[in-house]
Structure formats: structure tokens, C-alpha cells
Design a protein around this ligand. Sequence first.
Ligand code: SAM
Length: 348
Amino acid sequence: MNAGDGPHSYVQNSSYQRGVLDVAKPVIEEEIATKLDIKNLPNRFCIADFGCSTGHNSFPAIQIITEAINQKYKSPKITSENLEFSVFFNDVITNDFDTLFRSLPPNIHYHAAAVPGDFHGRLLPEYSLHFAYSSWSLQWLTAVPEAVADSGSPAWNKGKILYSRDRKEVCDAYLDQFEKDIELFLESRAVEMVSGGLMALSVPAVPDFWNPESEYTIPSDVNLLGSCLLDMARKGRFNEAKVDSFNLPYYFPTPEQLKTILNKNQSFTIERLEILNNPGKHTLTTINARAAFFRAVHERLITDHFGSEIIDELFELYMNKLAASPVFVHPDNDKSTVILAVLKRKHN
Ligand SMILES: C[S@@+](CC[C@H](N)C(=O)[O-])C[C@H]1O[C@@H](n2cnc3c(N)ncnc32)[C@H](O)[C@@H]1O
């Protein structure tokens, strides 16, 4: 994600992701009230946000979670004064944690700490975590599936930068990697979480990938960006092979796909699986806003591969393509959704 808080930063261009919390809030509150089931409530309650970025969407989520927990455990014996919260903000080691800590809201009622590292592995001590949260982050894969970058494989994704409906082998390779990565995430959290602890995961999704009616989703929009890279290659700005070897490492599952993967895990029960229509999409009402949203998320990956000198030209081209296609201009045409899964760590 783009660091800092300048015009191209994630801070300034992530209202789309912020929208998820508005629809997830009542579900999270209800699940905490009815399903959080921790025996021997500790004095120190630990919460972690996996994939927090620069924090500005994380802080309101943590506030909702801590308030709901305080509400649940309000009793003469336990009060918010003696129930202390520790909040661990996790993201990759290259994340802009400086901006996160500089933006922490004043008068927070928790101890804040950073836990840098890959959330597909262990990050916290055994049986220490009471509530795990992750929003709009689990789509990121540990790596681009190997077959997708292999010119000898039927899953070679020549000329595209993400899977698309017309290439089944590519889709299968991405889904396979997504499944492996979600399993790693769950295995790690299973060790870290206490019995009865809850996990709320919001994952960007597509309704039914093979249905032409759901043609326009974020992945198809990203492939439009890929077609701009191809245009630039054809104009001689760089070699076409450079586009062939560039693939983005993320996958948006369908609800069925995610449910199947979550159900395979033995350590958690699925308490809730909701398909939410993200109101955040209505914040991207102009071509500029939509392009800025994509730029804030993809700029670093693109410049690492193609060099920073191409980025302004690429997004100019992209905005022209968006403007030429009425389907991309209206937020309601975007059929991407969000799955909110609430899982509970089983009692041993
Ligand atoms: C689109 S941002 C979402 C940020 C925030 N949760 C929100 O809702 O705005 C996804 C975040 O996940 C982080 N991320 C991706 N893969 C990760 C991994 N393996 N371990 C930790 N963080 C990861 C990215 O660095 C990025 O900050």
C-alpha cells in the first residue's frame, strides 16, 4: 500500500475498504455479545488486526471491538477499568508503521504494539489471543502461483496481470494458492488463540465467477489496468515479455469457495458467514477516485517490476480506458462483494 498521507497514499484512497466496516459493525457487535465464550476472563484482553496497513481503517474497527467487549463483560466485578486491552497491529515488515503510530487517535483505551511479519505464519505467543480481526487483507497470497509465470504450463497467464474467466487453468492455480494460504493463516491463529476466542474476517469476493452477469468486479477492472500495460509495451515503452512475467498476488474467492476452505479447518467453527454489499463502492463516483484507489494499492508492485518512470503514464491511460467504458463509471455496476466470516476457536 502506498505509504504516508499524500495524494496517492493508501490513507487518502481507501474509502472503499473503509465501507466494509460500516456493514460489518452490527454483525461483529452481535457475535461478540452472543458467541465470544472465554472461560476465566483475563485482566488483559488481546486483540490483533492482521493486515492493518497505516491504521486509519483499523482504529475504528478496534474501537467497535473494544466497546462491544466492554459492553459484554460489564458487571460489578469486571469493569472497563480493570479489563485492559492490548492491541497488536500486524502488517508486512515494509508497511508504513510510522504513519500508523503517528495517527493513533488520542486517549485510546488500549496498549498498542506493532507485530510486523507475514500473517501466514506464527506472530504471537501460544494461547494469548482473544479476538482476531482482519479486513480486506486475506486475498493477498504468499506468492504468485508458479504455474502462472511458467511459459511451459497450461496455466501460463500470458499478457494478463491477474486471473480472468476465460482462463480456467489460471483461475485454478490462483484458487489452489489461496486455499493453501488461508490454511496457513488458520493454522497459525489456531495456535495463538484461546479456546472460545473469536475471529472476524472480511474478505473481498466475487458473487459467481463463472456467471457473465458478474462480469464486472475488481479483478476484471484490474485486468483493464493490465491491458494498459500491454498497450504501453506495444508502443515500445518496455518489452511485452515484461507484462507476461508480471502477475498480481491476490485472489477474490466466491462465497462457496471460501466456505469450503474454512469448513476443512478442524480448529474453528464457522459462527457466521455473511455476504455484504460494500457501501464503500459508492465513494468511488469519479474516474479519478477509482484510478486513485487502484494506484494506492498497486503502485509499489508495479514500480518494483516496471520502474517508477512509467506510473503516471500508466494511470493516465487507465483513466482514459475507464472513461471510454460506461460500465466502469457507475459504482453499482461493480459486482464485487465482501464475505464476513466469524469463526470461533474450538474448546480443546
Ligand atoms: C488493502 S490493505 C487493507 C488494510 C486495512 N485492513 C483496511 O481495511 O484498510 C491490505 C493489507 O494487508 C497487508 N498484507 C498483505 N499480505 C500480508 C501478509 N502476508 N502478512 C501481513 N500483512 C499482509 C498489506 O500489506 C496491506 O497493508
